[in-house]
Design a protein. Sequence first.
Length: 279
Amino acid sequence: MIVNAINDIYKQAHQGSVAAIIQVLNDKLSDTGVRTRAIFANGVLQLLCEAATPAQLDRAILTERVRKILESISPRNVRRVNINSRIVREQQLLWFEEINRDPDGQLLWAEEIALRRPNFVRGMIQDLRETFSDRDDLPKTLSPQAVREKRQFTKGILGGVVISGAILFAGWGVYSWNQGKLFAGENGESVSPTTQPQWKSTIKQDGDSFATAVRVAERAAKSSKEAKTPAQWQQVAEMWGTASRLMSEVPNNHPRADVAKNRTQAYRKNQEIALGNVK
């Protein structure tokens, strides 16, 4: 019964249940003394991590651990996660409104991450496993032979999906390769993948996160005046997100550390506004 309950929670978390996601995170982070709360707002999972001491909320360690947990769950419709951290305080039902109203007074730090998606075949297998797990109660009334036949049938289905997926991707790869050769032959030049957006290569990076963030923000402000299509607004949002992240990385001993904290939140709000124009 306990195993079934745990599996059911994971399945609900994978399907996007915020309550189930919180339960899984709290279970996985119980050894660190970190407790979480979450709310889904504006297409972003807003996650609050609380602990008794700042050491328990180490930014690099906690961010990476939360990322791994969420990517193992792979919750549907959750692509972006904003991790907010603060020292634990009395229960606040309106915690999200509180940190929005006074981020500097409420938070130790905040960081937005993007979750990597599992590949197509893995995702299909996971969904199939969930479908068959809904019938886990059947073996209680079936004979041992029927149980074995059911398991063999399930393995056969999963094996067929893996083989079909492999054939599909192999065919797609051959097609893409041939298409690439065709266009390269027509244009007389090779096709090379783009490793980063073009605007990033034009931003001067001198090792000063604050200065780089300002340059990115200036580019975002200029681009927002010209943006019209969803793709252009998406790029503007990425610029504001990058500027916010860079500001959040400004060390506390920097002469403009206080300004950086304020601008981190301001740039994030600009990112949300830009994303609103994407829809």
